[in-house]
Each structure stands twice: as C-alpha cells, then as structure tokens.
Design a protein around this ligand. Structure first.
Ligand code: SF4
Length: 344
C-alpha cells in the first residue's frame, strides 16, 4: 500500500486496461490455434458437409474471418490441457493426445485421441449447461461427436491396436458436472465412419452442391467463422448478419411459410404442455426427483410499466413512445397438402 490516494479516474483506467487485456488474451489464444482451412482432420469429419467438401477439394477461400475471442472454445481448450494429463494419471496405461491416421476412401486423415486408454478411446467434450442437459435427456452422443470419436477408434484399429469401446466424457465447462456415455465400438460404427469419408470424398468433386448442414450467417457460429461463407451464401454474406438466407421463388417461400407454421404449432403445443406439467407440480416441494431437480430462481424486481405510465400521466408528463414493427402475421388460409399429395 502506498501513501497515494488512487482516484476514481485511475481506477477506471485500470479497469479498462484489464478488460482490454482480457479480450486480447483470448484473441491471442484463438490466433495461436488457427489452422490451414484446407486441412481436414479427424476432428472435422462430422462437421458441416459442404465445408468439409470445400476443404478436401482445396477450394480457394472466399473469406478471412476476423480472429474472435471465442471464450467458450478457448476455456474448453484450457480445460482439456489441464484435466486430461491428470485424468490419464488415474488410468494407468492410458496416453494423452495420441496421434492416429485413418485410411478410408483413398484419403488419409490424421487426428489425436484425447485419452487413448488400454482397450478404448475417450474424448472429452466441454459443453454448456443446456448441451449437458440434452445429453442427459437423450443419453447418446451427438451425431458429429459420434463420427469424430468413431473415426479415432477406427484409425487406432487400423494401426493394429484393437478398440472395444468408445467413451464420450461430456463436461459442463462452468460447473465441472459430467456425464459419461460409453458404447461398444462395433462394425456398424466403423462402417459409419467409412461411409462418411466416402461421401465427403465424392462431394468434394463438386463441393458447391454438397448439402449445407448449417443455417447461415447470424444463425450459425460455424457459418460466421467459415472461410467459405461468401462462396456458400453469396457475395453479400457477412459474418453474424442474417440476410442471404432469403428465398425468392414461390415454392421456396411456401416451404419457409410451412416451416414457420409447423414450428409455431409445436411451440404452442409445448407451451400448453408446460402449463399442464406445472399445474401438476403446484403442490410438490422443491427438491430432486429421479433425474430432475425442481426449484425456482430468485425473485427479481421488474418495472411495473402500467404503474410507471400512470405516474407520468398523473404528473402531466407525456408518456414516451416509440414505433414498433408489427409482428409477423402468417395464417393458414386453405387446405395444406399432406405428404404424398404432391407439391402445392
Ligand atoms: S458457410 Fe456454413 S453452411 Fe456454408 S460451408 Fe460454411 S459452415 Fe457450411
């Protein structure tokens, strides 16, 4: 402690300096992990099909996405670096970041197994709370995780080391809560990998026709960070900006309206289902029941808009108004053709 009294302005300067340094630190980490966009490793075989096809075809990139802070991804990377060696210490004979090479469909793809155990392959997936809840609900790995981890297993098998099981260690990157999904490594999983690599190889002959697995800029982080964003969505596409998804032909517009109507019906049914469930929980004590925890978040204070408006009226003050865009209005005005009846 010095005898000087630090001023409020100096404290603000320190705060600003630290915030700026935090952002730069995350961006530096992201930059340190940048890879050649044309490199397709085993960790990418399950990601967007068109992006993988562009990479395999060595299609020139159309975008140079800015280096992002990518805080969640970087936190996940650091958790891998800290946890995996400690985990390996507890599993004698296991190895961390074991390099493997897969040969399939005339391609050679390389990757690293997070934790190469005696007779199985473990992959650590750091996720958010909602993703962990989805794993608990479905009790199976996500498709792209399964293809990725199975490709490590098949690569290890090809290198002469048998694999009996594959494990997905899903961990909430904030709380450390985990779920472990283990499944046998079967011929069916190996074939799934070979089929996937064969498909990517075939699609790389004309990658612009490969299916897009993502919904475009502003709706998908993968698209926002994709080096082929403009090639895929058109020259006006910009990261994080919704727009190039717009369609113009009648069949495309009808398909989008049908999607909206279907989603609205499901949302409305989901709302009714939630009310029905809550009605039955009305007298249940908060607590844990089977796989569920039932509770309530803390009460919050919110502005009473009607009272605030009345107060202004009472004071003779004008109530501030602003223009609000009218809500989308989509109605079903004639019979919707059913599947098998042909296009409307
Ligand atoms: S822009 Fe999106 S949909 Fe297109 S290739 Fe890239 S990730 Fe896939």
């Amino acid at each position: 402690m010095s005898g000087d009294v630090i001023t409020v302005e100096e404290l603000a300067t320190v705060e600003h300096r630290l915030r700026t340094a935090m952002g730069r630190a995350f961006r530096a980490e992201t930059a340190s992990r940048e890879r050649d966009p044309h490199h397709l490793g085993l960790s990418s075989v399950g990601t967007c099909t068109r992006r993988a096809a562009y990479a395999l075809a060595k299609t020139p990139v159309s975008d140079r996405p800015p280096v992002r802070e990518a805080r969640q991804a970087n936190l996940g990377t650091w958790e891998h670096a800290g946890l995996l060696p400690r985990l390996s210490e507890q599993l004698p004979g296991s190895r961390v970041e074991s390099k493997v090479r897969l040969r399939a469909a005339g391609l050679e793809l390389v990757g690293s197994i997070d934790l190469d155990d005696l007779d199985g392959v473990v992959d650590l997936k750091t996720v958010g709370e909602h993703r962990l809840a989805a794993v608990r609900r479905l009790w199976r790995p996500f498709y792209h995780n399964r293809v990725q981890v199975s490709s490590y297993a098949l690569a290890r098998l090809q290198m002469g080391r048998p694999v009996r099981w594959v494990a997905y260690l899903y961990m909430d990157r904030a709380s450390g809560a985990e779920e472990v999904v283990v499944e046998p490594f079967t011929n069916a999983l190996a074939l799934e990998v070979i089929d996937r690599v064969t498909l990517l190889r075939a699609l790389s002959a004309d990658p612009d026709r490969a299916p897009r697995d993502e919904r475009g800029p502003g709706l998908s982080l993968s698209c926002d960070e994709c080096p082929w964003l403009k090639r895929c969505w058109g020259p006006d596409a910009e990261p994080s900006v919704v727009g190039p998804q717009a369609v113009s032909t009648d069949p495309e517009i009808i398909a989008a309206l049908a999607d909206y109507d279907d989603a609205r019906a499901r949302a409305s049914q989901a709302e009714a289902d939630k009310k029905w469930a809550l009605a039955r929980l009305n007298r249940a004590a908060y607590g844990t029941y089977g796989p569920y925890r039932y509770g309530r978040k803390r009460d919050i204070e919110e502005t009473d808009r009607a009272a605030a408006e009345q107060r202004l009226v009472d004071l003779g003050e004008p109530v501030p108004k602003k223009k609000k865009r009218g809500a989308v209005d989509i109605k079903v005005v004639s019979r919707v053709p059913q599947p098998g009846e042909g296009k409307p």
